[in-house]
Design a binder for this molecule. Structure first.
Ligand code: T46
Length: 139
């Protein structure tokens, strides 16, 4: 595959229903909001602020990340350029296509990262060496 333009990756609004009686907000993801069927859901929490998660790319897997609570940064890398996007609202999500290297860092206290994923867990789908990733995307 060829490398992706990171400018095409941006935060997406998730519909928010504010309660008219002041009971807070409800956000929902349904129908065709995501370009795939969700096959797996996992979440990251209690991540120390000086730790990072990710540090790999996926061959096929796509995922939608949401900061359900707190905040963290997602560093995206297409093999040539890097771009950092901060997630800090539960009604915004980041769709990461396959073939993008990602690192998650700067987790705030209490941050929870929800991940809605297009594939079941398969270690063979991971590219965990950056040089292998560059070869994969032809960068
Ligand atoms: C990603 C970032 C944001 C499982 O057994 N099942 C699972 O569904 C997952 C996701 C992980 N695992 C096992 C595999 C490892 O032994 O849990 C351990 C930690 O996984 P990993 O080092 O891949 O965790 P992260 O946070 O670095 O990466 C995860 C996802 O794997 C990855 O797809 O994009 O979160």
């Amino acid at each position: 595959m060829s490398y992706l333009n990171l400018e095409n990756i941006s935060l997406q609004e998730i519909p928010k229903i504010s309660d008219p009686d002041g009971r807070g907000n409800l956000s929902v993801i349904e129908k065709d909001v995501l370009p795939y069927k969700i096959k797996r859901v996992y979440y990251l929490y209690d991540v120390p602020s000086d730790s990072s998660r990710g540090g790999h790319a996926h061959k096929e897997l796509q995922q939608f990340l949401i900061a359900l609570s707190g905040s963290f940064d997602v560093v995206l890398d297409n093999g040539i350029n890097r771009r950092t996007i901060t997630l800090n609202r539960p009604n915004k999500g980041l769709l990461i296509p396959n073939g993008v290297w990602r690192e998650l860092e700067n987790f705030s206290a209490g941050a929870v990262c929800l991940s809605l994923v297009s594939e079941v867990y398969q270690e063979e789908d991971y590219i965990r060496q950056y040089d292998d990733f560059k070869l994969f995307v032809g960068a």
